[in-house]
Design a binder for this molecule. Structure first.
Ligand code: FAD
Length: 466
């Protein structure tokens, strides 16, 4: 007899396990099939481990420069084994937390690889050669996530070429590294590694790093990373067939019509993520694709009404909080509720380099392209007391509003702790606020958030400290 469920979720990342918890809260009988570890990319090879390493790197770099705060720290060293151990402790703690929530929600976990059968049951090939189980769900949620994309010829090896997955497992740091790709993942690694005193070269195909951010933000973070010592080459096409391994790696890139050579101890490929769609039984369904991603409607329902898909496997904004939110919407739709549809212009996006980058809504160029008449207000952290107190006054806040109504269209930030501050703009976006509404919010003094109020005033040329 196969076990029956209201919902079987394939994949236990931040999309899948959060969806399972919501299903359990709604009284639905739910199971998660996970071939690796609950927590997915985010907890085991993504958000959390990278942020733990970034924190150690930032602290190392700040401590080396502590004398500018009047703090004497004559011998600053790095114990990278301990850095890695701390990262793992944080992951273990969060992993135990999720396991506790799963148990509390009476959610069944099947440890193995899930695939959809013709009958729309789910076959689980249990890990450790323990055989197979078939479970019978009324609904299926595909949340199988993604994996690093590589170029032909730039596949990860044991020695020289890494994706972020292998980089997280480094036991020792190299002296120099080439990072292919200046998107979010590449830039976080660049910032971390330069803070660990490694010579970093970023090669980016687009004409700027973080190419989906507002142009002013890309320009500023590029300037600040260069100031820290990161070598950044934009508009360069890496020629993967020129990769040579020996005493380190060397590779050529086509840049401004010429071939330029780069060499370093190691090479990190960060050129995007591919959805995990292989072997999950899509061919046994009528599910349609959107390129390489699974196609869904706004409630994450595929062409098969009882099969939903969420998170990185459907593309769009590949972020943990988006995957979780989509999971909740899908479950509520299955449960017959009428969930609010996710609006991508209300999703905060963060890059945890140092200084940080955060944004929500439309960039200035996107807004213009959509036909808006726009005005912008910009305010620098240099005029913010708390930023000077922190000794971190690089960066700015830029607010994009609609001319006439002053309705907020987007906010873009580079600077200290902006990933924590973006939520104010996120809420403003959800509430359809104007720059006047934001300026009416009283920002306490002295805080970094004063720059938010000033940027809102700057839209009408009324910033106080400009
Ligand atoms: P995943 O987290 O990828 O989880 C999918 C799960 O499905 C995995 O556990 C996998 O083992 C399992 N699975 C796959 N196939 C099967 C199968 N057939 N059967 C059973 N199980 C299966 N996002 C942020 O919001 N903030 C960040 O700071 C951030 N930093 C990142 C840093 C790095 C280096 C990387 C790589 C990503 C980062 N992300 C970040 C992105 C974030 O990790 C993903 O967007 C998020 O994990 C997607 O969640 P998901 O549930 O869709 O998929």
């Amino acid at each position: 007899m196969t076990k029956e469920y209201d919902i079987v979720i394939i994949g236990g990342g931040p999309g899948g396990y959060v969806a399972a918890i919501r299903a359990s809260q709604l009284g639905l009988k739910v199971a998660v099939v996970e071939k690796g570890k609950i927590g997915g990319t985010c907890l085991h090879t993504g958000c959390i481990p990278t942020k733990a390493l970034l924190r150690s790197a930032e602290l190392y770099s700040q401590t080396k420069n502590a004398n500018r705060y009047g703090v004497i720290a004559p011998e600053v060293g790095l114990d990278f084994t301990k850095v890695q151990a701390r990262k793992e402790e944080i992951q273990d703690r969060l992993y135990k937390g999720i396991q506790h929530l799963i148990k509390k929600g009476k959610i069944d976990i099947y440890e193995g690889k899930g695939s959809i059968l013709e009958s729309k049951d789910v076959l689980v090939q249990l890990n450790n050669e323990e055989g197979e189980v078939i479970v019978s769900p009324r609904n299926i949620l595909i949340a199988t996530g993604s994996r690093p994309r590589t170029f032909h010829g730039l596949e990860a090896d044991e020695m020289y070429v890494m994706t972020s997955d292998e980089a997280l497992e480094m036991e020792t740091l190299p002296k120099s590294i080439i990072i292919v790709g200046g998107g979010v993942i590449g830039i976080e690694w660049a910032s971390m590694l330069v803070d660990f005193d490694i010579q970093v070269t970023v090669i980016e195909y687009a004409d700027r790093i973080l190419p989906t951010e507002d142009k002013d933000v890309s320009k500023e973070i590029q300037r600040l990373l260069k100031k820290k010592g990161v070598k950044i080459v934009t508009g360069a096409k890496v020629l993967s067939e020129t990769l040579e391994k020996g005493d380190g790696v060397s590779i050529k890139a086509e840049h401004k019509g010429k071939e330029v050579s780069f060499s370093a101890d190691k090479l990190l490929v960060s050129v995007g993520r591919l959805p995990n769609i292989e072997g999950i039984g899509l061919d046994k369904t009528a599910i349609e694709m959107n390129g390489v991603f699974i196609k869904t409607n706004e409630f994450y329902q595929t062409k098969e009404p009882n099969i939903y898909a969420i998170g990185d496997v459907i593309g769009g904004l590949q972020l943990a909080h988006v995957a979780s939110h989509e999971g909740i919407i899908a479950i509520e739709h299955i449960a017959g509720k009428n969930p609010k549809v996710l609006d991508p212009t209300q999703v905060p996006k963060c890059v945890y380099c140092s200084p940080e980058v955060a944004s929500v809504g439309l960039t200035e160029d996107d807004a213009k392209e959509k036909g808006f008449q726009v005005k912008t207000g910009k305010f620098s952290f240099r005029a913010i007391g708390k930023a000077l107190v922190f000794g971190e006054s690089d960066g700015f806040i830029k607010l994009v509003v609609e001319e006439g109504t002053n309705k907020m269209l987007g906010a873009h930030m580079v600077g200290p702790h902006v990933t924590d501050m973006i939520t104010e703009f996120g809420l403003a976006q959800v509430l359809n606020a104007t720059s006047m509404d934001i300026a009416h919010m009283i920002h306490p003094h002295p805080t970094l958030a004063e720059a938010i109020g000033e940027a809102a005033l700057a839209v009408d040329g009324k910033a106080i400290h400009a």
